[in-house]
Design a protein around this ligand. Sequence first.
Ligand code: PLP
Length: 433
Amino acid sequence: MTRSDADLAELLDRDRLHVWHPYSPMPASSPPLSVVSASGVRLRLTDGRELIDGMASWWCAVHGYRHPALDAALRDQLDRMAHVMFGGLTHEPAVRLATRLVELAPAPLEHVFFSDSGSVSVEVAIKMSLQYWRAQGHPERRRLLTVRGGYHGDTFGAMAVCDPVGGMHAHFAGTLAEHVFADRPPDGFDARLDPAYAEHLAERVRSHAHELAAVIVEPIVQGAGGMHFYSPDVVRLLRDLCDRHDLLLILDEVATGFGRTGQLFACEHAGVAPDVMCVGKALTGGYLPLAATLCTPRIAHAISRDGGALMHGPTFMANPLACAVALRNIELLADGCWREDVARIERGLRDGLAPARRLRGVRDVRVLGAIGVIQLDGSVDVPRATLAATDLGVWLRPFRDLVYTMPPYVTCDEEVARIAAATVAAAAAGGGG
Ligand code: PLP
């Protein structure tokens, strides 16, 4: 055993002893891979291997790792201050970032509340809608309506609007707020609006409107709830139903925001604006934790009337390092060719994933923007699928019945082809085939 082999073994021993990994027992059932550095779209492992990152670090690192402009923005901010509290103080990175977000977001979203994770941005969105109705003299309007198959995060408010079967409701039975669920939208970005589904949604909204504060959904793509794509018509219908019944529409763009589906925000496919919008993940290009909840003046004014205030304030709210890198990240998007890149990746994934259709055990293959999904008939054997992908030099993290990729936008054609081949191989090894 070389010195570095021994170091790696010790690192993994300590990891096993002390470190709790996501959605895992303690210790984890299989050892994680140790990453020593990353640059471009590649992760370099402690054992010397290099993997193309097909996950963009859980869908965040849209410009890849160690991007010179993002590194420089962070260093520059570090020379001024790493952090300062946000109560009673403000700073240029937060103000400039909020201004830029408002410019990019659909009107009339004008006010920005910063937090440090997508889950908390959803908590804030829920608080905004509950406080809005309380301020309007309707404290009884405190339930939310959502569709099955959704995922909005792991904190309690967010978990309560995740899919009631596939989500974590069973683990926390009796402790989650009880919201109103409609069926999952029919599959297919290109699907026409199904009249029976439209009537179902309308009925759910109509019969609960008196107790509802808001409707909350992930527009167009339901991500961690199952990687389902659905029609912009459904988002338009939800906007229409909210208007007719005087409900707020919360669109959770934490996963879809900043170009992933081919539009800057997924709601642009539908041409509608929400009353409240959550963003996170790719906001900092995967550099630092930061999220934001945007809302309209109508909501902000109602909550703030007569000395009212939004009751939230995280310690690391609007962290200057995170805001500075987010601002630079957004400028890179605004000045760059993300739209062409996402369209190019979409074509590459369509071609590259097509052979999976011939595999036994494959239920569906679907691609939208820079998202490629192979859905199996049953659960993926994650260790076997992961090994098949890493053997081809690609990092993937399948879950449930899904082997999928959401690569950085800077992934070149040859790398997209390798990711697609590895995704097909992982699907074959992990269940299909
Ligand atoms: N909302 C959506 C749509 C998500 O996909 C996620 C994370 O996957 C979240 C919220 C939660 O974000 P975070 O993991 O940053 O708390």
